[in-house]
Design a protein around this ligand. Structure first.
Ligand code: FDA
Length: 533
């Protein structure tokens, strides 16, 4: 081994500089990286397993502890680019030395695809490319792809009280993956998805060329706004339009147990939630709690709402259209939009806005498995009772279902506008979740089996042929690419049409045009038509 490389690995500091190395592909890869023209301009920082910081750099952005085990395959190198030229160098060296690439933004992928692969691989971790520039006058923002949505919210909220952006609930989610798969939050009925408001992007393609919207062309620009991450190139920045909101908005959370008629109220919610005025979003979170009377387990529905208006107009609206919920004046909290972000993220609403910048989640990380469904017709109370029976199973640590209403703006945007297709006709989306802390195979199997059984149970009550799913709630159970080599269009369509419906074929055409050898790939990336390995 080259003396300088050996010395630097022994000293175990993030290494930059030039060195030669022996035959193994990954050492050649490191050598390539460190001798690339980009490395002459500024250091390319990377971490190999010999570096004491490697475990913490790897684990910092792993959000599903199911993939943070000693058995999970580990990257040979983690590259943390500081500039676009470092990304170009990593792509070029990956080609030369056939080392598989996984891009990581915020690391929230439900199946760990940004940091786990079954073949030797390296991670291109964009954590250092995380600046956000808000232009209040132009109502736009440029967001580097390694930023979190919390950083975006922070930058908006510290500069204006009347502009907002419709992205997700948890501030630690990365814009890299989130916008690549659509991205929604509590203003979805008013504004649609995060990806609906992307107006430009910077992307490094398979040849290492840097593009903006004009140079990548409208097909590729269409595909990256919802067609899934790690498929068409490495996005380095997004430009988005910001949206106007009132100085004050209103939030509330009202909970009902089974004994308090949760089932009947959810039933009513199914009839009205997607028909409310666009300004009103009420989701329902189903989980388990204890009764106050005799501390036995019961089912609980939390009606959790954002209204883009004030109390004085919300209260009569709820009393007229949803009296069953029994919302009262004292349930309603008026605050600025940015403070509503704190509320839904679980922070006290008077917290300093800086908490939104933290990449450490508020609640502890756990193992989890999730699935998604789309509902077009209300399910019966009997079907809902079957959900409660499953939630009440005492051997399941923390089950949760989230029903998010659609309608409003979501129904107006055409299905083919961006690759995300779930628009008119959708009443609500279900996210099925199960969390657990107990380690080991048995606990994992028990919880994964539970969610699969629940999913089977719900089949008659949700979309069919295909049974639709949300790509950002990644679920490898719905199908995956052929790990052994070429994946045919027929094989990939199995999962592809569930995520993208009729947009899947256009995604394949774009992929075939921009990355025919399938360089950017993972278990659920759209494959090209051609048979390259
Ligand atoms: P990660 O880094 O794991 O990337 C996800 C995928 O995108 C991977 O395939 C990765 O390779 C690829 N990718 C990342 N950056 C890229 C880039 N720059 N260029 C190309 N490809 C790139 N969703 C939602 O819509 N609303 C919500 O409220 C929430 N809330 C939520 C909370 C929590 C706790 C979790 C764990 C997840 C969510 N999500 C969500 C789901 C979330 O939108 C989804 O997991 C995103 O893909 C996460 O993006 P990250 O960049 O964080 O993940």
């Amino acid at each position: 081994m080259n003396f300088l490389l050996a010395l630097l690995l022994m000293l175990a500091v993030p290494w930059s500089g030039s060195a030669a190395s022996p035959a193994a592909n990954h050492e050649n890869f490191l050598h390539c990286l460190s001798t690339s023209p980009a490395a002459n301009v500024s250091k390319i920082v990377f971490y190999t397993p010999a570096n004491p910081s490697y475990p913490s750099v790897l684990q910092f952005s792993i959000h599903n502890l199911r993939f943070n085990t000693s058995a999970a395959p580990k990257p040979i190198v983690i590259v943390t680019p500081q500039t676009t030229s470092h990304i170009q160098a990593a792509i070029s060296c990956s080609h030369k030395h056939r080392l598989h690439l996984r891009v990581r933004g915020g690391g929230h992928d439900y199946e760990g695809l940004s940091y786990v692969a079954s073949r030797p691989f390296f991670i291109l971790d964009l954590i250092n490319l995380s600046s956000v520039k808000v232009d209040v006058a132009a109502r736009t923002a440029w967001i580097q792809a390694g930023a979190t949505i919390g950083e975006l919210y922070y930058q908006i909220g510290t500069q204006t009280t009347t502009l907002a952006f419709p992205a997700g609930v948890c501030p630690t989610v990365g814009v890299g993956g989130h916008f690549s798969g659509g991205g929604y939050g509590l203003s979805l009925r008013k504004f649609g998805l995060a990806a609906d408001h992307i107006v430009d992007a910077h992307l490094v393609d398979v040849k290492g060329k840097v593009h903006n919207r004009a140079s990548m062309g409208e097909d590729l620009f269409w595909a990256i706004r919802g067609g899934g991450g790690n498929t068409f190139g490495v996005v380095t920045a997004w430009k988005v339009n910001l949206l106007p909101v009132p100085e004050n908005v209103t939030v509330f959370t009202v909970t009902k147990t089974i004994q308090q008629n949760a089932t009947g109220i959810i039933n009513r919610w199914q009839q009205v939630a997607d028909r409310f005025p666009d300004d009103l979003f009420i989701r329902v979170i189903l989980d388990r709690t204890e009764t106050t009377t005799n501390s036995t387990a019961t089912g609980r529905a939390s009606f959790n709402s954002l209204y883009l208006g004030q109390v004085q107009s919300l209260l009569p609206l709820l009393q007229r259209d949803f009296p069953e919920l029994g919302v009262e004046r004292e349930d309603l909290i008026e605050l600025t939009w940015i403070r509503s972000i704190l509320y839904f993220a679980g922070y006290p609403t008077d917290s300093p806005l800086e908490v939104l910048r933290s990449r450490v989640p508020l609640t502890r990380k756990r193992n989890f498995k999730a699935k998604s469904d789309y509902v077009t017709e209300p399910m019966s109370e009997r079907a809902l009772e079957g959900i409660w029976r499953r939630i009440l199973r005492p051997d399941i640590e923390d089950p949760e279902l989230i029903f998010s209403p659609y309608g409003g703006r979501m129904s107006e945007i055409p299905e083919s506008s961006i690759p995300f297709p779930h628009r008119a006709g959708t009443r609500y989306k279900i996210q099925h979740l199960v969390y657990w802390e107990r380690e080991g195979r048995e606990a994992t199997d028990r919880h994964v089996d539970w969610i699969r059984e629940l999913y089977g149970y719900l089949a008659p009550h949700v979309s069919k042929n295909p049974r639709l799913a949300y790509v950002n709630y990644r679920d490898l159970d719905v199908g995956s690419n052929n790990g052994a080599g070429f994946t045919s269009n027929e094989e990939a369509r199995v999962w592809g049409v569930k995520y993208f419906k009729g947009n899947y074929e256009r995604l394949v055409r774009v992929k075939t045009a921009v990355d025919p050898r399938n360089f950017f790939r993972n278990e659920q990336s759209v494959p090209p038509l051609t048979a390259w390995k």
